[in-house]
Design a protein around this ligand. Structure first.
Ligand code: MG
Length: 393
């Protein structure tokens, strides 16, 4: 008999984490590890429902609080700065769903890459800032990474579909002419730079298509999220920057496309639902039945496509420059953006100041090659300090 597969959900209380757990209810996998930090009472509820052998939280205090909330159900609770990584190493999961957001996701991503498990990756920062370190470790451990972000899942699906007759591994980058990364355009699609300067945090937090955390919702509104995804596409699929094109597609039905060298284009379509991407990553290379509504083309009616306005939304250009600069520049980009988004949400800078601040920060940061994890954290610290200094001025 085949032994039951084990799954770990990192960041289980967040938006992707809760959807992943929902999907896992219908998948025959044992939950080996749950990690959280922001919402201890939800984590306690999840532990009671899923009964993992291990749970990890980033501080000893959070671990104590969690222990007090839980009845004795046999879950061992780890707490402290390295608890999440320790949990990853100990839990023996074959599938690790990485849904921790922000730079805090880098150490767990590296720890996960060492285990040889499949990583269903929803954390962008680790791919952007530490992608090559992760791939080096995956090569050593025999692990693999399947993207969970809807666009990259779509590209991955188009690539595997094209090569399905030969193998289950994605197509050779040499066969790709272009990757077409679709973007909803966010809530301010069609607005001019002047109109954007009057955007307030509540306006920016109302995203038309996807329900997500605050940081990524603002990143979607500035298109910085698409800039990040553009870098991820270059990193994940081994293509050159000029092979990845961003197209605004407000209906969010096509989640991205791949054009092959013979000019044939494959698209992946569905109603927008992150849980689909999680399920795909867990079942790949199989496709498991799912009892959701079929895409009703007649009801959708029209699919439209537009070129992004890079004057009003300069974030795409800034992301391309950061990737072009290489080394620690993508890490600095993420750090500067985190500070800028924070400053916007606390009314210290305007909406249009976000990309301006990120661009100015990158211009003053020193860019050097990333050889170790520590190089990334150093770049992160320096970019945060530089961004904060720009705000004060
Ligand atoms: Mg996305």
């Amino acid at each position: 008999m085949e032994k039951t597969k084990k799954a770990a959900v990192l960041g289980s209380t967040g938006s992707v984490g809760t959807q992943a757990l929902e999907a896992l209810k219908n998948i025959d996998m044992e939950i080996a590890l749950l990690t959280g930090g922001q919402n201890i009472s939800l984590l306690a509820k999840q532990i009671c429902t899923f009964r993992p052998a291990l749970a990890a939280v980033p501080t000893k205090e959070a671990a104590d609080r969690l222990r007090q909330m839980l009845p004795d159900i046999g879950t061992r609770i780890l707490g402290g700065g390295s608890a999440v990584c320790e949990g990853i190493r100990e839990c023996g999961a074959d599938h690790i769903i990485h849904a921790i957001s922000g730079m805090a996701g880098i150490p767990p991503a590296l720890a996960a890459a060492d285990t040889g498990a499949r990583i269903a990756m929803a954390n962008k920062e680790a791919i952007i800032a530490a992608g090559h370190l992760i791939y080096d470790r995956l090569a050593k451990s025999g692990g693999e990474l399947i993207p969970v972000d809807s666009e990259h899942s779509a590209i991955f699906q188009c690539l595997t579909a094209a090569d399905a007759a030969n193998s289950h591994s994605p197509a050779d980058p040499a066969k790709i002419r272009r990757i077409i990364l679709t973007a909803s355009g966010g809530p301010f699609f069609g607005k001019t730079l002047a109109e954007l300067s009057a955007v307030t945090p509540p306006m920016a937090l109302a995203h038309p298509t996807w329900k997500m955390g605050k940081k990524i919702t603002i990143d979607s509104a500035t298109l910085m999220n698409k800039g990040f995804e553009w870098i991820e596409a270059c990193r994940l699929f081994g293509v050159q920057g000029d092979q990845v094109e961003v197209v605004i597609h407000p209906q969010s039905i096509i989640h991205s496309m791949v054009e092959y060298i013979d000019t044939s284009v494959l698209a992946q379509m569905s109603y927008p639902d992150m849980a689909d991407c999680v399920r795909y990553a867990l079942h790949y290379p199989q496709r498991a039945p799912f009892d959701g509504p079929s895409l009703n083309f007649a009801a959708v009616g029209t699919l439209t496509f537009h070129t992004p306005d890079e004057e009003a939304f300069p974030s795409l250009k800034i992301a391309r420059q950061a990737w072009g600069a290489g080394g620690c520049a993508p890490a600095a980009l993420i750090a500067a953006d985190e500070i800028a988004v924070d400053a916007f949400l606390s009314d210290k800078i305007s909406f249009t100041d976000i990309p301006a601040l990120v661009g100015e920060t990158l211009a003053v940061c020193s860019i050097y090659p990333v050889k170790t994890e520590e190089d990334i954290y150093e770049a992160d610290r320096a970019a945060r300090a530089a961004a904060l200094a720009q705000i004060k001025r």
